[in-house]
Design a binder for this molecule. Structure first.
Ligand code: TRP
Length: 336
Protein backbone atom coordinates (compact mmCIF):
# COMPACT_ATOMS: atom_id res chain seq x y z
CA UNK A 1 0.00 0.00 0.00
CA UNK A 2 1.28 3.47 -0.81
CA UNK A 3 2.32 5.59 2.10
CA UNK A 4 1.18 9.11 2.89
CA UNK A 5 3.04 11.58 5.04
CA UNK A 6 1.90 15.05 5.94
CA UNK A 7 2.43 17.56 8.69
CA UNK A 8 0.69 20.45 10.38
CA UNK A 9 2.55 23.11 12.34
CA UNK A 10 1.50 23.73 15.94
CA UNK A 11 1.53 27.51 15.78
CA UNK A 12 -1.67 28.81 17.29
CA UNK A 13 -5.34 28.37 16.65
CA UNK A 14 -6.35 25.99 13.91
CA UNK A 15 -9.04 27.44 11.67
CA UNK A 16 -11.51 26.49 8.97
CA UNK A 17 -8.82 26.86 6.29
CA UNK A 18 -6.62 24.28 8.02
CA UNK A 19 -9.58 21.94 8.31
CA UNK A 20 -11.00 22.22 4.78
CA UNK A 21 -7.60 22.59 3.15
CA UNK A 22 -5.72 19.86 4.97
CA UNK A 23 -7.11 17.91 7.91
CA UNK A 24 -10.39 16.88 6.32
CA UNK A 25 -8.46 15.46 3.38
CA UNK A 26 -6.14 13.59 5.73
CA UNK A 27 -9.23 11.89 7.12
CA UNK A 28 -10.42 10.89 3.67
CA UNK A 29 -7.12 9.34 2.63
CA UNK A 30 -7.19 6.80 5.45
CA UNK A 31 -9.01 4.11 3.52
CA UNK A 32 -6.65 4.02 0.57
CA UNK A 33 -3.26 4.70 2.11
CA UNK A 34 -1.13 3.91 5.08
CA UNK A 35 -1.04 7.35 6.70
CA UNK A 36 1.50 9.07 8.90
CA UNK A 37 0.39 12.44 10.22
CA UNK A 38 2.86 14.54 12.08
CA UNK A 39 2.65 17.55 14.37
CA UNK A 40 5.73 19.36 13.10
CA UNK A 41 6.96 21.11 16.23
CA UNK A 42 10.55 21.39 14.97
CA UNK A 43 9.23 23.40 12.04
CA UNK A 44 7.24 25.61 14.40
CA UNK A 45 10.34 26.71 16.33
CA UNK A 46 11.98 28.11 13.20
CA UNK A 47 10.23 31.27 14.37
CA UNK A 48 9.84 32.24 18.04
CA UNK A 49 7.24 30.27 20.01
CA UNK A 50 6.35 30.84 23.65
CA UNK A 51 7.15 27.48 25.29
CA UNK A 52 3.83 27.16 27.14
CA UNK A 53 1.87 28.14 24.06
CA UNK A 54 3.83 25.66 21.96
CA UNK A 55 3.04 22.79 24.32
CA UNK A 56 -0.62 23.75 24.15
CA UNK A 57 -0.61 24.01 20.37
CA UNK A 58 1.04 20.62 19.92
CA UNK A 59 -1.74 19.02 21.94
CA UNK A 60 -4.37 21.06 20.13
CA UNK A 61 -3.28 19.92 16.67
CA UNK A 62 -3.20 16.35 17.93
CA UNK A 63 -6.72 16.78 19.30
CA UNK A 64 -7.87 18.19 15.97
CA UNK A 65 -6.50 15.17 14.10
CA UNK A 66 -8.34 12.82 16.42
CA UNK A 67 -11.57 14.86 16.61
CA UNK A 68 -11.71 15.17 12.83
CA UNK A 69 -11.69 11.38 12.59
CA UNK A 70 -8.13 10.19 12.01
CA UNK A 71 -7.76 6.72 13.48
CA UNK A 72 -4.63 6.84 15.63
CA UNK A 73 -4.59 3.05 16.00
CA UNK A 74 -4.77 2.15 12.32
CA UNK A 75 -2.55 5.02 11.26
CA UNK A 76 0.13 7.05 12.97
CA UNK A 77 -0.31 10.40 14.69
CA UNK A 78 2.87 11.66 16.29
CA UNK A 79 5.04 14.58 17.17
CA UNK A 80 8.14 15.29 15.07
CA UNK A 81 10.55 16.02 17.93
CA UNK A 82 9.82 12.65 19.53
CA UNK A 83 11.40 10.79 16.64
CA UNK A 84 15.04 11.82 16.44
CA UNK A 85 15.53 10.43 12.92
CA UNK A 86 13.92 13.60 11.48
CA UNK A 87 16.63 15.88 12.84
CA UNK A 88 19.40 13.39 12.06
CA UNK A 89 18.37 12.83 8.47
CA UNK A 90 17.85 16.58 8.05
CA UNK A 91 21.54 17.07 8.85
CA UNK A 92 22.59 14.58 6.19
CA UNK A 93 20.26 16.34 3.74
CA UNK A 94 21.74 19.72 4.71
CA UNK A 95 24.92 18.32 3.21
CA UNK A 96 23.12 17.16 0.05
CA UNK A 97 20.97 20.23 -0.66
CA UNK A 98 22.69 23.19 -2.34
CA UNK A 99 22.55 26.80 -1.19
CA UNK A 100 21.36 27.76 -4.65
CA UNK A 101 18.31 25.54 -4.26
CA UNK A 102 17.33 27.04 -0.93
CA UNK A 103 17.93 30.56 -2.17
CA UNK A 104 15.07 30.04 -4.59
CA UNK A 105 12.48 29.19 -1.93
CA UNK A 106 9.79 31.83 -2.08
CA UNK A 107 8.31 31.03 1.32
CA UNK A 108 11.59 31.85 3.05
CA UNK A 109 11.70 35.18 1.30
CA UNK A 110 8.15 35.94 2.41
CA UNK A 111 8.58 34.77 5.97
CA UNK A 112 11.98 36.35 6.50
CA UNK A 113 10.74 39.64 5.08
CA UNK A 114 13.09 42.58 4.78
CA UNK A 115 15.26 41.68 7.71
CA UNK A 116 16.70 38.50 6.25
CA UNK A 117 19.94 38.78 8.23
CA UNK A 118 17.93 38.30 11.36
CA UNK A 119 15.97 35.18 10.27
CA UNK A 120 16.94 31.93 11.99
CA UNK A 121 19.14 29.42 10.19
CA UNK A 122 16.33 26.97 10.92
CA UNK A 123 13.86 29.01 8.90
CA UNK A 124 16.25 28.88 5.97
CA UNK A 125 16.80 25.13 6.30
CA UNK A 126 13.09 24.47 6.91
CA UNK A 127 12.46 22.75 3.54
CA UNK A 128 15.37 20.39 4.17
CA UNK A 129 13.76 19.22 7.40
CA UNK A 130 10.54 18.78 5.46
CA UNK A 131 12.37 16.52 3.00
CA UNK A 132 13.68 14.53 5.94
CA UNK A 133 10.12 14.17 7.32
CA UNK A 134 8.91 12.66 4.10
CA UNK A 135 11.90 10.54 3.19
CA UNK A 136 12.44 9.11 6.67
CA UNK A 137 9.35 7.06 5.89
CA UNK A 138 9.98 6.78 2.17
CA UNK A 139 6.51 8.24 1.74
CA UNK A 140 5.28 8.08 -1.83
CA UNK A 141 2.42 10.58 -1.61
CA UNK A 142 2.27 13.88 0.22
CA UNK A 143 -0.98 15.84 0.46
CA UNK A 144 -0.16 19.53 0.59
CA UNK A 145 -1.63 22.84 -0.40
CA UNK A 146 -0.35 24.96 -3.28
CA UNK A 147 1.98 26.89 -1.00
CA UNK A 148 4.05 23.79 -0.21
CA UNK A 149 4.58 22.62 -3.78
CA UNK A 150 7.98 24.23 -4.10
CA UNK A 151 9.16 22.58 -0.89
CA UNK A 152 7.99 19.24 -2.17
CA UNK A 153 9.94 19.72 -5.37
CA UNK A 154 12.99 20.43 -3.28
CA UNK A 155 12.53 17.14 -1.45
CA UNK A 156 12.41 15.38 -4.81
CA UNK A 157 15.66 17.09 -5.80
CA UNK A 158 17.27 16.04 -2.53
CA UNK A 159 16.15 12.43 -2.97
CA UNK A 160 17.47 12.35 -6.53
CA UNK A 161 20.80 13.94 -5.67
CA UNK A 162 21.28 11.59 -2.74
CA UNK A 163 20.56 8.58 -4.96
CA UNK A 164 22.82 9.94 -7.67
CA UNK A 165 25.76 10.97 -5.48
CA UNK A 166 25.90 7.64 -3.70
CA UNK A 167 24.94 5.56 -6.72
CA UNK A 168 21.90 4.00 -5.09
CA UNK A 169 18.17 3.68 -5.74
CA UNK A 170 17.30 4.31 -2.14
CA UNK A 171 14.83 7.16 -1.80
CA UNK A 172 11.62 7.16 -3.82
CA UNK A 173 10.59 10.22 -5.77
CA UNK A 174 7.61 11.61 -3.93
CA UNK A 175 4.40 12.61 -5.67
CA UNK A 176 2.49 15.64 -4.48
CA UNK A 177 -1.19 15.07 -3.89
CA UNK A 178 -2.58 18.51 -4.50
CA UNK A 179 -5.92 18.55 -2.84
CA UNK A 180 -9.16 19.17 -4.67
CA UNK A 181 -11.00 22.43 -5.14
CA UNK A 182 -12.20 24.59 -2.28
CA UNK A 183 -8.92 24.23 -0.50
CA UNK A 184 -8.28 27.96 -0.55
CA UNK A 185 -10.32 29.44 2.25
CA UNK A 186 -9.93 33.20 2.35
CA UNK A 187 -10.22 35.69 5.20
CA UNK A 188 -13.79 36.65 6.16
CA UNK A 189 -12.68 40.29 6.19
CA UNK A 190 -10.73 40.38 2.94
CA UNK A 191 -11.47 37.90 0.16
CA UNK A 192 -8.04 38.40 -1.36
CA UNK A 193 -6.07 37.26 1.67
CA UNK A 194 -5.82 33.66 2.82
CA UNK A 195 -7.53 32.81 6.12
CA UNK A 196 -4.63 32.90 8.53
CA UNK A 197 -3.87 32.45 12.19
CA UNK A 198 -1.64 35.52 12.09
CA UNK A 199 -4.35 37.93 10.91
CA UNK A 200 -4.84 40.46 13.75
CA UNK A 201 -8.64 40.36 13.33
CA UNK A 202 -10.40 37.51 15.12
CA UNK A 203 -13.28 38.07 12.75
CA UNK A 204 -11.16 37.05 9.79
CA UNK A 205 -11.26 33.37 10.71
CA UNK A 206 -13.45 30.68 12.23
CA UNK A 207 -11.34 28.59 14.56
CA UNK A 208 -12.00 24.90 15.16
CA UNK A 209 -12.89 25.56 18.77
CA UNK A 210 -15.38 28.38 18.11
CA UNK A 211 -18.83 27.62 19.54
CA UNK A 212 -22.13 28.18 17.69
CA UNK A 213 -22.44 31.81 18.86
CA UNK A 214 -18.96 32.74 17.71
CA UNK A 215 -19.48 31.01 14.37
CA UNK A 216 -22.79 32.84 13.87
CA UNK A 217 -21.30 36.21 14.79
CA UNK A 218 -18.27 35.84 12.53
CA UNK A 219 -20.38 34.79 9.55
CA UNK A 220 -22.85 37.61 10.18
CA UNK A 221 -19.97 40.11 10.26
CA UNK A 222 -18.23 38.59 7.24
CA UNK A 223 -17.59 41.17 4.56
CA UNK A 224 -19.82 41.03 1.46
CA UNK A 225 -21.01 43.56 -1.08
CA UNK A 226 -24.47 45.05 -1.64
CA UNK A 227 -25.28 42.69 -4.54
CA UNK A 228 -27.26 39.49 -3.99
CA UNK A 229 -25.65 36.02 -4.03
CA UNK A 230 -24.10 35.39 -7.48
CA UNK A 231 -26.43 33.53 -9.83
CA UNK A 232 -25.73 30.11 -11.27
CA UNK A 233 -23.56 30.36 -14.34
CA UNK A 234 -21.60 33.39 -13.07
CA UNK A 235 -17.98 33.23 -14.22
CA UNK A 236 -15.92 32.18 -11.19
CA UNK A 237 -12.72 33.84 -12.40
CA UNK A 238 -14.55 37.10 -12.81
CA UNK A 239 -16.11 36.73 -9.36
CA UNK A 240 -12.66 36.11 -7.88
CA UNK A 241 -11.57 39.47 -9.22
CA UNK A 242 -14.69 41.51 -8.68
CA UNK A 243 -16.47 39.92 -5.73
CA UNK A 244 -13.85 37.88 -3.85
CA UNK A 245 -15.74 37.96 -0.54
CA UNK A 246 -18.95 36.68 -2.13
CA UNK A 247 -17.04 33.91 -3.85
CA UNK A 248 -15.28 32.98 -0.62
CA UNK A 249 -18.55 32.43 1.23
CA UNK A 250 -19.89 30.36 -1.66
CA UNK A 251 -16.69 28.33 -1.66
CA UNK A 252 -16.85 27.70 2.07
CA UNK A 253 -20.49 26.64 1.80
CA UNK A 254 -19.70 24.27 -1.06
CA UNK A 255 -16.74 22.77 0.79
CA UNK A 256 -18.73 22.22 3.98
CA UNK A 257 -21.68 20.75 2.05
CA UNK A 258 -19.31 18.75 -0.15
CA UNK A 259 -21.01 19.94 -3.33
CA UNK A 260 -19.78 21.93 -6.32
CA UNK A 261 -19.99 25.72 -6.04
CA UNK A 262 -22.41 25.67 -8.99
CA UNK A 263 -24.94 23.74 -6.91
CA UNK A 264 -24.79 26.34 -4.17
CA UNK A 265 -25.29 29.08 -6.75
CA UNK A 266 -28.25 27.21 -8.19
CA UNK A 267 -29.88 27.15 -4.78
CA UNK A 268 -28.99 30.60 -3.42
CA UNK A 269 -28.18 32.68 -6.51
CA UNK A 270 -30.17 35.94 -6.53
CA UNK A 271 -31.09 35.70 -2.83
CA UNK A 272 -29.96 38.19 -0.23
CA UNK A 273 -26.74 37.57 1.63
CA UNK A 274 -28.54 37.77 4.97
CA UNK A 275 -30.50 34.65 4.05
CA UNK A 276 -27.46 32.87 2.63
CA UNK A 277 -25.39 33.70 5.70
CA UNK A 278 -28.04 32.15 7.93
CA UNK A 279 -27.90 28.93 5.90
CA UNK A 280 -24.10 29.02 5.99
CA UNK A 281 -24.14 29.47 9.75
CA UNK A 282 -26.45 26.48 10.21
CA UNK A 283 -24.25 24.37 7.98
CA UNK A 284 -21.00 25.47 9.66
CA UNK A 285 -22.39 24.87 13.15
CA UNK A 286 -23.70 21.44 12.16
CA UNK A 287 -20.47 20.27 10.56
CA UNK A 288 -17.81 22.01 12.66
CA UNK A 289 -19.60 22.05 16.02
CA UNK A 290 -19.10 18.38 16.87
CA UNK A 291 -15.41 18.54 15.94
CA UNK A 292 -14.88 21.59 18.13
CA UNK A 293 -16.67 19.97 21.05
CA UNK A 294 -14.64 16.79 20.72
CA UNK A 295 -11.43 18.84 20.57
CA UNK A 296 -12.36 20.66 23.77
CA UNK A 297 -12.95 17.34 25.50
CA UNK A 298 -9.65 15.96 24.28
CA UNK A 299 -7.51 18.95 25.27
CA UNK A 300 -9.06 18.77 28.71
CA UNK A 301 -7.32 15.39 29.06
CA UNK A 302 -3.67 16.04 28.13
CA UNK A 303 -2.68 12.65 29.54
CA UNK A 304 -4.69 10.92 26.84
CA UNK A 305 -3.24 13.10 24.07
CA UNK A 306 0.28 12.50 25.32
CA UNK A 307 -0.37 8.74 25.28
CA UNK A 308 -1.53 8.90 21.66
CA UNK A 309 1.62 10.84 20.73
CA UNK A 310 3.87 8.48 22.64
CA UNK A 311 2.32 5.43 20.99
CA UNK A 312 2.49 7.05 17.56
CA UNK A 313 6.07 8.13 18.19
CA UNK A 314 7.12 4.61 19.10
CA UNK A 315 5.58 3.21 15.94
CA UNK A 316 7.02 5.98 13.76
CA UNK A 317 10.45 5.44 15.30
CA UNK A 318 10.28 1.73 14.45
CA UNK A 319 9.74 2.67 10.78
CA UNK A 320 12.38 5.40 10.81
CA UNK A 321 15.27 3.64 12.48
CA UNK A 322 16.00 1.05 9.76
CA UNK A 323 15.95 3.81 7.13
CA UNK A 324 18.34 5.94 9.15
CA UNK A 325 20.61 2.95 9.66
CA UNK A 326 20.74 2.34 5.93
CA UNK A 327 21.43 6.00 5.25
CA UNK A 328 24.40 5.86 7.62
CA UNK A 329 25.64 2.76 5.86
CA UNK A 330 25.32 4.37 2.43
CA UNK A 331 27.01 7.62 3.54
CA UNK A 332 29.85 5.80 5.30
CA UNK A 333 29.04 6.65 8.89
CA UNK A 334 29.66 3.98 11.51
CA UNK A 335 26.64 2.51 13.29
CA UNK A 336 26.39 3.05 17.05
N1 TRP B 1 5.58 22.87 5.79
C1 TRP B 1 4.26 22.33 5.93
C2 TRP B 1 3.26 23.46 6.13
O1 TRP B 1 3.59 24.49 6.71
C3 TRP B 1 4.18 21.37 7.08
C4 TRP B 1 5.07 20.19 6.88
C5 TRP B 1 6.21 19.92 7.53
C6 TRP B 1 4.84 19.14 5.96
N2 TRP B 1 6.73 18.74 7.10
C7 TRP B 1 5.94 18.24 6.13
C8 TRP B 1 3.86 18.88 5.00
C9 TRP B 1 6.05 17.10 5.35
C10 TRP B 1 3.97 17.73 4.23
C11 TRP B 1 5.07 16.86 4.40
O2 TRP B 1 2.13 23.32 5.74
Amino acid sequence: MSRIFSGVQPTGNLHLGNYLGAIRNFVRLQDDFECIYCVVDLHAITVWQEPDELRKSIREVTAAFIAAGIDSKKHIIFNQSQVSAHAELAWVFNCVARLGWLNRMTQFKEKAGKNRENASVGLYAYPVLMAADILTYKATHVPVGEDQKQHLELSRDIAQKFNHDFGVEFFPVTEPLILGEATRVMSLRDGEKKMSKSDPSEYSRITLTDGPDEIALKIRKAKTDPEPVPEAGADLDKLREERPEALNLLTIFAALADTPVADVQAEYGGKQFSEFKQALTDLAVASMGPIGEEMQKLVADPGYIDDVLRDGGTRADALAQPVLREVKEIVGLLQP
